[in-house]
Design a protein around this ligand. Structure first.
Ligand SMILES: Cc1ncc(C[n+]2csc(CCOP(=O)(O)OP(=O)(O)O)c2C)c(N)n1
Length: 662
């Protein structure tokens, strides 16, 4: 029962099947919580690491999820929980997609097969899931600031023995937020360790000058040889008190400066820098962490690891593919692909990725910008085809938007593609650098709406609400692939120069035959999808395709519903709305976004401003945090799937009894 007490796995998890037959290695099977690890000798850690790796491979191959990143930090995870006294010592994972080993070692091994499933474990650390998850994460580069806050709080509370560890990747280290944390941490002198997990990869290959700097440190043979000798000396003399540490640190610093071309970036911000060391040598990592415990103040340990380490197909293959490969055959490494027999609709991201090249071939002002998601948003196609006109700027959403604004001041037309939830980081840039300047920047928001298994940190729930209140912005969402292409086309025309948002969801569209010639759309104009008499649906974006289904179902039940696709939430199509409220007294708005402040709210404002009286029901994401699950499960939960639309319409038309009768 100790496990249940410590794990604090929320009771909802137990609604899922608890048992799955998984072969667990003989040592790992004795580890339920980190305290169990401490019973082993340091020489056992390599075997425990191997068994943990096997366990992750076994589950992810069958259940899916993130993969390469967790394999890369297996040894680090084991060493951290072996050396530190978690959860008293606070361990903060950056992004959290690499924390599977951490979950397995902290009371969640037996339910790990529920990872990312509806009502199951979250794919990221989550405070309400376990006391070992010191911070909930999902977005990158928060770990240093969060751990710093914890360490300063400990200092204020007089908890001198408490350790605070942030584990951050070289990709996440490129973000401004990480720098802000380092900058502040360098003057706090609180007890904190940043483990910089350097694998040269973000999801795609890491980019930027910092990456080159880290490579320079990692490959300087002279520095590394001398550093190893000094490290041994430092390890020995650090036990003899503060003066000895100080002397050792100075010697080490002098060496860093004489063998590295640049001065040490981290040291210049007042952080003691150690490393780089081999992050897959678990014994070494554990010993070094043990030494660092004794050294006060802010410290960085730079470790070198490989994504996908220990699983041959992942090591040999593309780290981007193996970041989250889906299901695969554990024995052969073959990734399961369902080969459809009929042509399938493309993913919206690919419609963007291919269409921007077509547009850029005709309009040489068009440029592409992505903050670290070239594969995720498919800008990679343009980066390959036109490298001088498409940029991955690192995990730097704020910079991506302001950089785009800078391009636009010079007459370029940047398409800045950012996942909706990551755009939250760049809100000020959207207002200050794009909208107020009234610049011709097209902001494509991928993953708008509920995204599914990645859960609350990744749902693109709020964009419609937070974008539609900004003057000068046009906020649009296509209902299908063809409309996405046409909105992209329309947005780059000189006569439509302005600040655009084009928002579309994760996943596939609805049109296998999507590559139609571009057509200009009228800015701010929606369209009637279906005529009707009894009730009207007003929808925005691809969720409207579920409304098409709902209308068919309602027809069968004797309700003739009209359907309008708004296409723009700003400006609203007022002519269309006058038509709707002139004809209907029952209206249902549907959006794959938060109800508060979203499209439905905009329509209520229109009604109030124009003195219309109608019964309006708004369907969309309710005012609560929506957890993870498949998109279909979440639409159901939030009551805006086709079934919910039908039920709402029947209720409004007082036809519930008929509905229940079938
Ligand atoms: C603010 C934000 N932007 C983008 C992402 C998408 N993302 C998830 S993991 C990742 C790469 C992280 O790279 P790194 O920090 O080096 O960790 P690694 O995957 O190498 O372990 C990115 C870009 C995110 N989670 N948060």
């Amino acid at each position: 029962m100790y496990y249940l007490r410590r794990c604090v796995a929320a009771s909802f998890i137990f609604a899922l099947p608890l048992l799955m037959e998984i072969k667990t290695g003989p040592l790992l099977s004795q580890v339920t919580i980190p305290e169990d690890l401490k019973k082993f000798s340091i020489e056992d850690l390599p075997q425990i690491s191997d068994e943990l790796r096997d366990f992750i491979v076994e589950i992810v191959s069958k259940k899916g999820g993130h993969f390469g990143a967790s394999l890369g930090v297996v040894e680090l995870t084991v060493a951290l929980h072996y050396v530190f006294n978690t959860p008293y010592d606070q361990l903060v994972w950056d992004v959290g997609h690499q924390a599977y080993g951490h979950k397995i070692l902290t009371g969640r091994r037996e339910i790990f097969h529920t990872n990312r499933k509806y009502n199951g474990l979250s794919g990221f650390p989550k405070r309400k899931e376990s006391e070992y998850d010191a911070m909930g994460v999902g977005h990158s580069s928060t770990s240093i600031s969060a751990a710093l806050g914890m360490s300063v709080a400990s200092q204020v509370k007089g908890e001198k023995d408490r350790q605070h560890i942030a584990v951050i990747g070289d990709g996440a280290m490129t973000a401004g937020l990480a720098f802000e944390g380092l900058n502040h941490g360098g003057v706090e002198n609180s007890n904190m360790i940043v483990v910089l997990n350097d694998n040269c990869m973000s999801i795609d290959p890491n980019v930027g000058a910092l990456k080159e700097y880290l490579t320079d440190i990692s490959t300087s043979h002279t520095y590394n040889k001398v550093k190893d000798e000094v490290w041994n000396l430092l390890g020995k003399i650090s036990k003899f008190g503060p003066n000895a540490q100080d002397i050792a640190a100075r010697v080490e610093n002098a060496i860093k400066h004489s063998f590295l071309e640049q001065s040490n970036y981290f040291e210049s911000l007042n952080w003691r820098y150690f490393g780089p060391i081999d992050g897959h040598d678990v014994v070494r990592v554990a010993k070094v962490l043990e030494d660092l415990k004794d050294i006060p103040g802010p410290k960085i340990l730079h470790i070198l690891t490989k994504k996908g380490k220990g699983y041959e197909p992942a090591e040999a293959g593309s780290p981007t593919t193996w970041h989250a490969p889906g299901l695969f055959n554990k024995e052969t490494g073959e990734i399961v692909k369902v080969i459809p027999t009929t042509p399938q609709p493309p993913k919206y991201q690919d419609v963007f990725g291919h269409s921007i090249i077509e547009l850029a071939e005709k309009n040489d002002k068009i440029m592409g910008v992505t903050p670290a998601m070239p594969s995720g948003c498919s800008l990679k196609f343009m980066m390959e085809a036109m490298p001088e006109r498409a940029f991955d700027v690192g995990i730097a959403e704020q910079h991506a938007v302001t950089f785009s604004a800078g391009l636009a001041t010079q007459g370029m037309i940047p398409f800045c593609n950012i996942y909706s939830s990551f755009m939250q980081r760049a809100y000020d840039s959207v207002i200050h650098d794009v909208a107020i300047q009234n610049l011709h920047v097209v902001m494509c928001l991928d993953r708008g709406g509920l995204v599914g298994a990645d859960g609350p940190t990744h749902h693109g729930a709020y964009d419609l609400a937070f974008m539609r209140c900004i003057p000068n912005l046009l906020v649009s969402s296509p209902m299908n692939e063809e409309e996405l292409r046409n909105l992209m086309y329309t947005s780059q025309l000189e006569k439509n120069a302005g600040s655009w948002v084009i928002r579309y969801p994760r996943g596939e569209g609805v049109m296998p035959n999507w590559k139609k010639p571009f057509k200009e759309l009228k800015v701010g104009q929606g369209r009637r999808v279906k005529n009707g008499d009894d009730i009207a649906f007003l929808t925005l974006g691809p969720i409207g395709n579920l409304t098409v289904e709902a209308c068919k179902e309602l027809d069968k039940k004797g309700i003739n519903a009209a359907h309008y696709d708004m296409r723009f939430v700003k400006p609203l199509d007022e002519n269309l709305l006058h038509e709707v409220f002139g004809k209907f007294d029952k209206v249902i708005t549907v959006e794959d976004g938060c109800i508060q402040g979203g499209m439905g709210s905009a329509i209520l404002e229109f009604m109030a401003d124009n003195g219309y009286q109608a019964k309006v029901v708004r369907l969309g994401i309710p005012d609560k945090i929506i957890e993870h699950g498949s998109q279909a499960e979440l639409y159901r939960e939030c009551e805006y799937d086709a079934q919910a639309m039908v039920e709402t319409a029947l209720k409004m038309a007082n036809k519930k009894a008929q509905s229940l009768a079938g």
